[in-house]
Design a protein around this ligand. Structure first.
Ligand SMILES: Nc1nc2c(ncn2[C@@H]2O[C@H](COP(=O)(O)OP(=O)(O)O)[C@@H](O)[C@H]2O)c(=O)[nH]1
Ligand SMILES: [Mg+2]
Length: 394
């Protein structure tokens, strides 16, 4: 069994018994010699040990993200992977954790490496064609090589916008007229009576928020006050809050009392969120065929009796892409968008039979954008901005 290390002050006084692990270079997190001290969790002890270390003059407290920044500078990971560490720390959803892990594992970096070597091959053929007559770099062959690379970029960018929702949790709002059964649906989905349900309308005023993982996707549910234009007092404030959250929602479950049907006045509320599923509730009160008095893609449920809830959950999950997106960080999506613009330009020029030296300008710019993602072509200011979001000790 290993004995704990004794930590002493510079004048030899025993301060703490702690576990100290030495990680020799180059196989440490940063690639440098690294020591990790695990002491008892009393902040006074931590302060004292930090004081002792500082007084040796050999060390100073790390800056935000400095360990990861050093790992990147020492070539242990590239910049996209370093951002994966930040994404892992800040992930608020299980899907977000998986996406961050994949970034940290280098899945995006590998794809970018392949993409870049494809582009560099075209560029080197162009350059060689200037010197060696036998090397062909005609516009047609360049266009042919570019097309699959553009498709690859498109598949990376596809779903990048929704990826940020998956990363942070899908903001899901249950809305509808008073008494449609919104709170009942909220409770039925959660599986326990979280919100008050009452036959009197105007029961829910404050927004109630709960988090639920369905098929590995995180939905952040909001039960809201019924939308009623004639409301006043506290209920009116509730309606205002409902409007605000609706505009920020990635998904709206619009609840309709199926025994009353969807009124023409309600159509205006259906397009407030980014996606809307119409839920025909109280299906138990109507004949089966009457239950679909809403739009054809509406889902019929009986929140009170827990019927149709599984089908609704499946429809919710189906509304979002299932392939784990590799691009979910805005900086990456932006730079890939710029890369795509360059390649699309290049393709147009190739189709117009322009000379290879013109095409090479756009190709070169595309390569630089990709290298900006992986951090091989980056200005220190951007690095500061990226790592300042990290916490100390990472
Ligand atoms: N029969 C029937 N009644 C329901 C159903 N869902 C809700 N209700 C009733 O409708 C009334 C209003 O429900 P509530 O969930 O508070 O509606 P909200 O105002 O939209 O939040 C209550 O009396 C519920 O019991 C349902 O599926 N079937
Ligand atoms: Mg309610």
């Amino acid at each position: 069994m290993q004995k704990p290390c004794r930590i002493r002050s510079l004048d030899g006084r025993d301060v703490e018994r702690a576990m100290v692990v030495f990680h020799p270079a180059p196989r440490s997190y940063t690639g440098e010699d690294l020591a990790e001290i695990s002491c008892h969790g009393n902040p006074l002890l931590v302060d004292e040990i930090m004081g002792i270390i500082r007084s040796t003059g050999l060390a100073r407290p790390a800056e935000n993200g400095e360990f990861t920044r050093r790992a990147y500078i020492n070539g242990k990971i590239d910049l996209a992977q370093a951002e994966g560490v930040g994404a892992l720390i800040h992930a608020q959803s299980t899907a977000g954790i998986e996406m961050a892990h994949s970034l940290l594992d280098g899945k995006l970096s590998d794809t970018l490496l392949k993409l870049n070597s494809g582009l560099l091959k075209i560029l080197s053929d162009i350059e060689a064609s200037f010197i060696i007559d036998e090397v062909e770099a005609g516009a047609d062959s360049i266009a042919q090589s570019l097309t699959p690379l553009i498709h690859e970029l498109d598949s990376l960018l596809e779903g990048a916008q929704q990826a940020s929702h998956l990363y942070s949790g899908i903001i899901t709002t249950i809305a509808g007229l008073p008494n449609a059964g919104k709170s009942s649906l909220f409770n039925a989905v959660l599986g326990y009576p979280r919100a008050i349900v009452h036959q009197e309308s105007g029961t829910t005023r404050d927004i109630i928020r709960e988090h639920l993982v369905i098929s590995g996707m995180d939905f952040v549910f909001h039960d809201t006050a019924g939308i009623r234009e004639t409301s006043s007092g506290p209920e009116q404030l509730g309606v205002q809050k409902t409007m605000e959250i609706l505009q920020r929602s990635h998904l709206v479950l619009y609840v309709v009392d199926a025994s009353k049907g969807l009124t023409p006045d309600e159509e205006q509320w259906l397009s407030l969120g980014q996606k809307t599923i119409v839920v025909m509730n109280k299906a138990d009160l109507v004949q089966q065929d009457l239950a679909d008095t809403g739009p054809p893609e509406a889902i019929c449920v009986s929140a009170k009796y827990g019927r149709g809830i599984d089908g609704l959950m499946e429809a919710m999950v189906r509304s979002f892409p299932h392939n784990q997106p590799k691009v979910f960080i805005e900086r990456h999506a932006y730079l890939l968008g710029r890369t795509r613009e360059c390649l699309a330009n290049c393709l147009k020029e190739a189709e117009a039979q322009m000379t290879p030296d013109v095409l090479a300008i756009d190709l070169g710019a595309a390569v630089q954008y990709i290298l900006e993602i992986t951090g091989e072509n980056i200005v220190p200011d951007i690095l500061d901005r990226i790592f300042s979001k990290f916490c100390v000790g990472k």
